[in-house]
Design a protein around this ligand. Structure first.
Ligand code: HEM
Length: 200
């Protein structure tokens, strides 16, 4: 597969390898797992570390599980929201952002049976997902991966990834509390949260 130029891997027209991310639960890796919290559903097997495995790399020897997803085009964002996000959001990989979270999420069949306009209404008009999220910018950097777009069955629908500096953990905790109290979250039937840390 020949990778096409992609600035950030979020452009849906970018080659699949530039959009494809694999997160492996391992014994030793880039990110130390501090804690796993089960919000709803089952736990993942406990692991000491997490590694992001490039698409062309072999799977790590000490791998216990692997979750895969692809970045994709946006489904819900409207033009003004897009402008506000672009103005405020920071990239991943900031040197001071030594904390991260991987939060895999599955939504139930009722959600997936809705139409696009019904989902948008719940997502933003009712739940204010983007408005709530904007309050956490620029402290929290994020990337959303879709799992249903892959040809192989995946346990979750989304893999959400966040990075922040240790002093911004309260902002992240509040963001999670606010989002989880929304109408949108009543459709979430599996959610686990891995809190991670790397060396500065
Ligand atoms: C850092 C602040 C956040 C911002 C600015 C933000 C923004 C967004 C935006 C703009 C979308 C829609 C993308 C589209 O149009 O397709 C989205 C989707 C999503 N976000 Fe967030 N978000 C934030 C935090 C979070 C957190 C903390 C979680 C998980 C706990 C989360 C989970 C999701 C999920 C699962 C989707 C996909 C929803 C769906 O397609 O059904 N977000 N987010």
């Amino acid at each position: 597969m020949s990778p096409l130029p992609s600035l950030d891997g979020t452009h849906a027209g970018a080659s699949l390898s530039a959009r494809y991310f694999r997160f492996a639960g391992v014994d030793r890796g880039d990110w130390q797992v501090l804690d796993q919290r089960v919000i709803v559903g089952e736990a993942l097997a406990d692991v000491a570390a997490l590694t992001v495995v490039p698409p062309t790399s072999p799977t790590p020897d000490s791998m216990h599980w692997m979750l895969s997803g692809v970045t994709s085009n946006e489904r819900y964002v409207e033009r003004e929201e897009k402008a506000a996000l672009v103005n405020r959001q920071e990239p991943l990989g900031r040197p001071g952002a030594t904390c991260a979270a991987l939060i895999p999420i599955r939504k139930n069949a009722t959600w997936w049976a809705l139409t696009q306009d019904e989902r948008r209404r719940i997502f933003e008009a009712d739940s204010r997902h983007i408005a709530i999220g904007l309050q956490a910018l620029p402290a929290i950097a994020r990337r959303l991966h879709h799992c249903r777009d892959l040809p192989t069955p995946e346990p979750f629908d989304f893999l959400t990834w966040f990075e922040y500096a240790p002093q911004n953990e309260p902002i992240f905790d509040k963001l999670l509390r606010d989002l989880r109290s929304t109408h949108e979250w009543s459709y979430v039937d599996w959610e686990v949260e891995l809190r991670l840390m790397r060396e500065a």
